[in-house]
Structure formats: C-alpha cells, structure tokens
Design a binder for this molecule. Structure first.
Ligand code: HEM
Length: 314
C-alpha cells in the first residue's frame, strides 16, 4: 500500500480560522498546467491501467471537441518540454511533431492536427503522460460545457454522467452554491480568463483510505472505509486530499483547459506540523454541517478533531 507521508511540497490549502466556499483562485506563476512529483511514475501507471480497464469511466469526449483537444495537447506538451526539459522534449518540423517522455523511455512521432496519427484521441494521449486529470470546457453563448475529459482520480463524481453538462449543472449538487449566486460569479470570472494569464486554486477534501481513484461509480468499494475510522487508526487511515486546479484559456477555440492534480497526505504526517494541526482543528470545529456533510466527513469529523488536538498537546 502506497504511503503518503511527505509534507514537503504538499499544497497546504488553509487560511484563517474558518472555511467557506469562495472563489479562491489566484494568478498562476509559473504558468505551467502540469507538475511532476515523486509519485510520477506510479501515478501515470495507475492512470494507464484504469484507462485500459475502465475506458468509459476515465475518458469521454464529444466529436465536436477535436480542435480544442489538439490545442490542449499542444499547451500541455509545450509546458512539459519547457518546465521539465530533463524529462520531456517536443520537436516540431511544421506539422511533424515528435514528443519524448524520457522518464518512461517513450517516443511518439505524429502529424499535429491528424488524429489518425495518434493511437488515441489527443486529450487522452497527452493525459497518459501526466499525473493530472484534464477537463475541456467548451464555451458556447457565454456558458461553459464539459464536452471532453480524461478523469482517473475524481473525488466522488462521474465523468460519464457529467459529460455535456454546463458549469452550473456540474455545480448543482454543492449546498449553498446556488443560493448566493456564487456559481454565477465563478462562471463570470472564468469567462474573463485570458490567454497567457492562467489561474490556480485548491480544493480540499478528507477521505478514509488512500485511493486516488474514487469515482462515484465505485463508491460501494471505497466509501465503506468512512465507517471504519477509530481513535486508534485515524492518523493512518484518514488522508487530506487536496486538488490543485488550474484554468487556462485556449485562444483558438476559446475553450478552457481545467487541470486537476490530486495530492494525498496521511493525517499522521499532516499533523506532524503543529501549526497545520492547530489551524485545521479550528476550521473543522467551526465548519458548518452543510459543508462537512457534502464533503462526506460527518462520520469521522470528531475523531479527526480529537486526534489533531492531541497531537497539538503532545
Ligand atoms: C471550469 C472547470 C470546473 C469543473 C469542470 C468543475 C467541476 C466540478 C465538479 C464535477 C464538482 C463535484 C460536484 C458534485 O458533487 O457532483 C465540483 C465541485 C466544486 N467546485 Fe468545481 N469545477 C470547475 C471549476 C471550479 C472553480 C473555478 C471553482 C471555484 C472558484 C469551483 C468550485 C467548486 C467547489 C467549491 C466544489 C465543492 C468541492 C468540495 O467541497 O469538496 N469549481 N466542481
């Protein structure tokens, strides 16, 4: 079983003593859609296995997205070669491109814009070289629609179910979102995103267990662990789950690329930082029930607070 116990580079998501849903996006610097961590090889292998075994769960696209897919492909491949030159390279001779993944020792030559020169669709292809999930939001009449995506590590949602949904429909299940027009304000913000000025935000969750692939479709397998949290196993079993989400404008098709990088850290490792333990304990104690119920942590929230307080006292 993989151990997630390294606090270094963990994207700590909290500020202040309480948490509410807000637009917490900030400008992304440096503007890379991708990050490569120590878990790169393992996570890319998990993604590829899931894509082979559950293709319809992990990859969906509408045929109208091909141009936007190539645009997303170019952005991600360029970012890989620019920000991780020791791991990836991209050579271009007109439309003849060659992408190399030096970590996995793979090289692919293809004709940019010709889907028949790749083994799978462009978004699916480039997603098999990164830890991130990649979602394409197509803009139509000042609304955004989830028309393509490669999603292997969803936090309890379904790509197949959500394909074709608008931004508002996607966010419908979140309590409090529609009441205070937050969803309209966030969509208005995304519509204004410009080419070359991407944004980043974090989303946090907690989970019992350390699986990255937690889709709605298999909730019966992984959701059970919530009932198994005890005072004795809470530090090891419960994990903080933080998604680093990035938003890029793709200028030719005017669509949005949304990349999601999921990080896990055991509560035991997390609380080794006393300041983090203190702050998170206050936040959990103050958290309104509509948020902790939606996040699925109602069953073990108190066990986590007790554990954090104990670690602070030690
Ligand atoms: C544009 C690409 C985006 C997509 C495709 C997307 C999709 C989703 C989906 C599928 C969910 C889960 C809903 C469910 O329970 O079924 C979700 C949750 C959520 N989204 Fe988004 N989202 C996007 C951007 C954003 C942005 C920019 C923000 C805020 C600025 C945001 C805020 C949230 C929040 C707060 C939740 C609840 C998460 C939680 O409490 O754990 N989303 N989103």
């Amino acid at each position: 079983m993989e151990v997630y116990n390294n606090r270094e580079n963990f994207p700590y998501p909290f500020k202040g003593k309480s948490f509410r849903y807000t637009n917490n996006s900030i400008l992304l610097d440096p503007p890379s859609s991708i990050d490569c961590t120590d878990h790169y090889e393992r996570e890319v292998q998990i993604k590829r296995k899931l894509l082979e075994e559950h293709p319809e769960r992990c990859y969906q696209s509408l045929p109208t997205t091909m141009e936007a897919q190539w645009e997303a492909f170019a952005l991600v491949a360029d970012n890989l070669a620019t920000y991780f030159p020791e791991k990836f390279s991209l050579l271009k001779k007109g439309k003849e491109w060659c992408f190399s993944n030096k970590v996995l020792n793979e090289q692919h030559s293809f004709i940019f814009g010709d889907a028949s020169s790749l083994p799978v669709e462009p978004l699916d292809f480039i997603g098999r070289h990164v830890q991130e999930d990649l979602i394409l939001m197509i803009q139509k009449d000042r609304e955004l629609f989830l028309d393509a995506g490669q999603l292997c590590f969803p936090a309890n949602w379904s790509l197949a179910f959500n394909l074709g949904m608008s931004f508002k429909e996607l966010h419908h299940p979140i309590p409090g979102f529609k009441d205070n027009d937050l969803v309209d304000r966030i969509q208005a913000f995304i519509l204004k995103i410009e080419d070359g000025a991407p944004w980043v935000r974090t989303n946090w969750q907690m989970m019992a267990g350390n699986r990255l692939d937690t889709p709605l479709e298999t909730f019966h397998d992984w959701g059970q662990a919530r009932r198994q949290v005890t005072k004795d196993n809470v530090g090891e079993l419960v994990h903080l789950r933080v998604e680093v989400q990035k938003l890029f404008r793709l200028p030719r098709t005017h669509s949005i690329l949304f990349s999601i990088h999921t990080h896990l850290l055991s509560l035991e490792a997390f609380s080794g930082n006393v300041e983090w333990a203190k702050q998170f304990s206050s936040i959990l104690a103050e958290l309104p029930s509509y948020i902790y119920e939606y996040k699925g942590i109602a069953l073990y929230r108190e066990a986590v607070i007790d554990y954090l307080n104990e670690r602070v006292r030690e």
